[in-house]
Ligand binder design. Structure first.
Ligand code: CP
Length: 299
């Protein structure tokens, strides 16, 4: 495979992907959602390696479901029970699986920039399943798919991403992708959880509640320096989507969250499965989106 073709088939992020490329993934996901029975032999005989160097439930399992729906063989690598524990590097691990003949690698990593370096050296398409706080492209694609399905379009929507933007790859991928579709994206965050390098407006919770979409983010305690969060109660009071605040959303507005969720911190327990919440629909939509992304990588 030429280097250009390899890069076209990999999915490292949405920052550099065109609207046409993203639309083609969303359209193909819609096809797979409505024609699941046609998928089973599309990737027969192909091997997909799910290499997660950070924990995951949704992304890892929906990639595996997507691979199996397409008829591919799913190989699941878990850093905790691998030779990484003996000191083997991430590069040597990925290179090892490449040498065994995998056709595509799905990778979640903590260090920012490492995925781009791997993609320069590894000769099979790589799909970003989340790298540090940089990008989580398949999450943003499934988020856009969910919005497009609900509203019928993306252009002109107002989306406010609320919470721990500083540590969020979901916020970054959504910001870069949604803007290309003509969506008005704003952030709402405590001052110590903002991302100063991003050129985006920060608005108040009052303003945020006027949006078509409120996308709540998990407070990522595992990435915090000590003292970032004074208390869960205080965070909920100032930046949480409480039942009272949700009551002020427009009737057509939707609530989103990439999950996992800190219930009663960034979102009240009662709202997770509220009639305006799309949280479990987002998870459901992750499967056809990942089918489309894997097919694009292997086709
Ligand atoms: N939304 C998301 O990436 O969830 P996981 O960390 O469980 O994969």
């Amino acid at each position: 495979m030429t280097l250009t073709k390899l890069r076209q088939r990999s999915l490292l992020g949405l920052k550099d992907l065109s609207v046409e490329e993203m639309e083609s993934i969303l359209d193909r996901a819609a096809y797979w959602e409505s024609h699941p029975a046609k998928a089973h032999s599309v990737m027969q005989g192909k091997f997909a390696a799910n290499m997660f160097f950070e924990n995951s439930t949704r992304t890892r399992f929906s990639f595996e479901v997507a691979e199996k729906r397409l008829g591919a063989e799913a190989l699941n690598f878990s850093a905790a029970v691998s030779s990484v524990q003996k000191g083997e590097s991430i590069y040597d691990t990925v290179r090892t699986l490449e040498s065994m003949g995998i056709d595509v690698g799905i990778i979640r990593l903590k260090p920012i920039g490492m995925l781009a370096e791997l993609a320069e050296k590894i000769k099979v398409p790589l799909i970003n399943a989340g790298d540090g706080n940089n990008e989580h492209p398949t999450q943003a694609l499934l988020d856009m798919y969910t919005m497009r399905k609900h509203f019928g379009h993306l252009k002109g929507l107002s989306v406010t991403i609320i919470g721990d933007v500083l540590h969020s790859r979901v916020a970054r991928s959504n910001l870069w992708a949604l803007r290309k579709f003509g969506v008005n994206v704003n952030f709402c965050s405590p001052p110590n959880m903002q991302a100063p390098e991003l050129d985006v407006n920060y608005i108040s919770m009052e303003e945020a509640l006027k949006s078509d979409v409120v996308m709540m983010l998990r407070v990522q305690l595992e990435r915090h320096e000590s003292g970032m969060l004074s208390s869960a109660e205080s965070y909920r009071e100032h930046y949480g989507l409480t039942v009272e605040r949700a009551g002020r959303l427009a009737k057509h507005a939707i609530i989103m969250h990439p999950a996992p969720i800190n219930r009663n911190v960034e979102i009240d327990d009662e709202l997770v499965e509220h009639s305006q919440s799309k949280i479990f629909t987002q998870m459901e939509n992750g499967v056809p989106i990942r089918m489309a992304v894997i097919e694009r990588a292997l086709s």
